[in-house]
Every structure is written in structure tokens, then in C-alpha cells.
Design a protein around this ligand. Structure first.
Ligand code: C2E
Ligand code: CA
Ligand code: CA
Ligand code: CA
Length: 268
């Protein structure tokens, strides 16, 4: 590197591509290009909605929709995830009134957000501003966010002492040892979609899900299965002791209006 970039067609400098996307993303927040969808989390035995997960969407003015799998990692590397993540939290808390009853809202918290020294204050301030009880918020963190981040773990302990519940997202896909789980302030393990997808009625197809459900029971945690697409998967999960899940079988991520109609219909 000689202090300048030589552009060659077909060759993309990741840092400048990231920077362009990150600039657009910072702009997106100010120009209403971001919105949040809500995927119901259901009791698979009754179909009743127990809560909803907030999932961020970006409609780029020229590039069209950009998926979170593409822009969240960029936002994470550049730090734009901090204002964007807090905005998602506010949007999600604003939906709690729509949810009614005792339903909860689940919000993804990125590793970068967890490392922010002000994260506990920011979450509690958002709860205060919106008047939402802490017990109706679930924060989803990934395993990798928890490894080697003692201050992040301390932040989760504090949030949990206020009543916020903590879920480990994509559980089982990280590279951490299981031992760490016994030390963590965790209420829920989310069984990753990849382990639900292998469920085919055979013991080996259900091996990882079986192990996660067993572990959760021993550690007094709940489980939520992700990416349930077939009734067979739902039934097999129930037989194993996991009765809470989300997936296209029940509902895709919905706009607030669509969520409201679903909740007011008998689908509940
Ligand atoms: P995730 O947290 O694991 O979210 C679940 C993803 O699975 C969502 O993808 C959801 O739309 C998708 N999904 C749900 N049910 C099914 C199903 O039955 N089949 C299949 N094939 N997929 C299903 P989405 O919305 O594209 O989000 C992708 C990832 O982006 C999320 O994975 C999460 O890691 C990240 N993300 C989304 N919104 C936010 C956010 O506000 N903050 C942060 N930090 N990350 C976010
Ligand atoms: Ca999640
Ligand atoms: Ca997940
Ligand atoms: Ca995922």
C-alpha cells in the first residue's frame, strides 16, 4: 500500500466498498430507507403468538432491497450498527403496544453494540422512553459476542437484573466450548435453522437439536427453534421438548400492519 488505490475493473477494494455502503447506510437512517419487520414466535402446539423478532430491512434508493446478511456485517465493522441498532430497538419497543397481552419483543444485539460502554444505559433509557417493562424485551446475542468479552457479559448481567431476558442466537454454530454456557446470564437458546433443516425423522437428523434441548433443560433455559418450515419438523421438535418456534410454516417476517391483522385474527 502506497497511500493510494489503483482501481482495476473487476477488482473491488473491500474497505472502499464497505465505506460506500456504510455511508449509504448512515444516510439511510436519516432518509427513511430502513424499516423493521416482525416475525411471530409461536407456541407450536397451539399456534398462538408468544412474541415477535424484529428484523431490519433496507430499501436502497438505487440498488433496491439489500439483505441484512449483506449490510449488517458492514455496519458492524464500521460502527454504523450503533445508531442503527438503537433505532431498531426503539422501533421494536414501539410495537409492544400492538402486540398486546403478555407478548414479548425480541431484538438482535450485535457484538459491537454489546461492547459499547453505554449499552446498559442506552437499553434502559429506551425502555424508559417507551414505557415498556423490561420483562417484555428479549435481547438476542450470538455466541461469538460472548466469548472473551467480560464487559459484554457484565452488561448482560446488569440488563438481566432489570428483567430483560437474554437469548443466544444461532446456538451451536459458534466455536465456543459448552462450558462457557454455565457461566453466562442466558434465558433462552435459539436452535439454529441449520439444525432444524436436518430433522428428517431419524435420530441422527435430530441429534444436535436433541442435545441443545437437553442442555437447556439441565441449565434451566428455554429453547426456541428457528426456521421451522414443515409440520414434521414442528412435531419432532415438540416430541423432543421444544414447543416454541418461528419459521415460514407459521409466518414470514411481517409489516406492523400485517402483524396486527394476524394477531386480531383467530390465528392469534
Ligand atoms: P437471525 O437473527 O438468525 O434471524 C433469522 C433469519 O432467518 C431472518 O433472516 C429470517 O427472515 C429468516 N427466517 C425465519 N424463518 C425462516 C424459515 O422458515 N426459513 C428460512 N429459510 N429463513 C427463515 P433475515 O431477516 O434476512 O436476517 C438475517 C440476519 O441478519 C439475522 O439472522 C440477524 O443475524 C441479522 N439481523 C437482522 N436484523 C438485525 C438487526 O436489527 N440487528 C442486528 N444486529 N442483526 C440483524
Ligand atoms: Ca436473531
Ligand atoms: Ca438466529
Ligand atoms: Ca442466523
Amino acid at each position: 500500500s502506497h497511500g493510494h488505490t489503483v482501481y482495476q475493473p473487476g477488482m473491488v477494494d473491500r474497505r472502499s466498498a464497505d465505506a460506500a455502503l456504510a455511508d449509504d447506510l448512515a444516510h439511510a437512517l436519516d432518509h427513511d430507507e430502513l424499516y423493521v419487520l416482525f416475525q411471530p414466535i409461536v407456541d407450536t402446539a397451539t399456534g398462538r403468538t408468544l412474541g415477535a423478532e424484529a428484523l431490519l430491512r433496507w430499501e436502497h434508493p438505487t440498488r433496491g432491497p439489500i439483505g441484512p446478511d449483506k449490510f449488517i456485517p458492514v455496519a458492524e465493522r464500521t460502527g454504523v450498527i450503533i445508531p442503527v441498532g438503537l433505532w431498531v430497538l426503539e422501533q421494536a419497543l414501539a410495537q409492544v403496544g400492538t402486540l398486546g397481552a403478555d407478548r414479548y419483543i425480541s431484538v438482535n444485539l450485535s457484538p459491537r453494540q454489546l461492547r459499547e460502554p453505554t449499552i446498559v444505559h442506552d437499553v434502559l433509557a429506551a425502555l424508559n422512553r417507551t414505557g415498556v417493562p423490561a420483562t417484555r424485551l428479549v435481547l438476542e446475542v450470538t455466541e461469538s459476542a460472548l466469548v472473551d468479552d467480560d464487559s459484554g457479559i457484565a452488561a448482560l448481567h446488569q440488563l438481566r437484573s432489570h428483567g430483560v431476558r437474554i437469548a443466544v442466537d444461532d446456538f451451536g454454530t459458534g466455536y465456543s466450548s459448552l462450558q462457557y454456557l454455565t457461566r453466562l446470564p442466558v434465558d433462552i437458546l435459539k436452535i439454529d435453522r441449520s439444525f432444524v433443516a436436518t430433522m428428517d425423522g431419524t435420530p441422527s437428523g435430530a441429534a444436535v437439536a436433541t442435545a441443545i434441548i437437553y442442555l437447556a433443560n439441565v441449565l434451566n433455559m428455554r429453547t426456541i427453534a428457528e426456521g421451522i418450515e414443515t409440520t414434521e419438523q414442528a412435531e419432532e421438535l415438540r416430541a423432543l421438548g421444544c414447543e416454541t418456534g418461528q419459521g415460514y410454516l407459521y409466518a414470514k417476517p411481517l409489516t406492523p400492519d400485517a402483524l396486527l391483522s394476524r394477531l386480531s385474527a383467530s390465528l392469534g
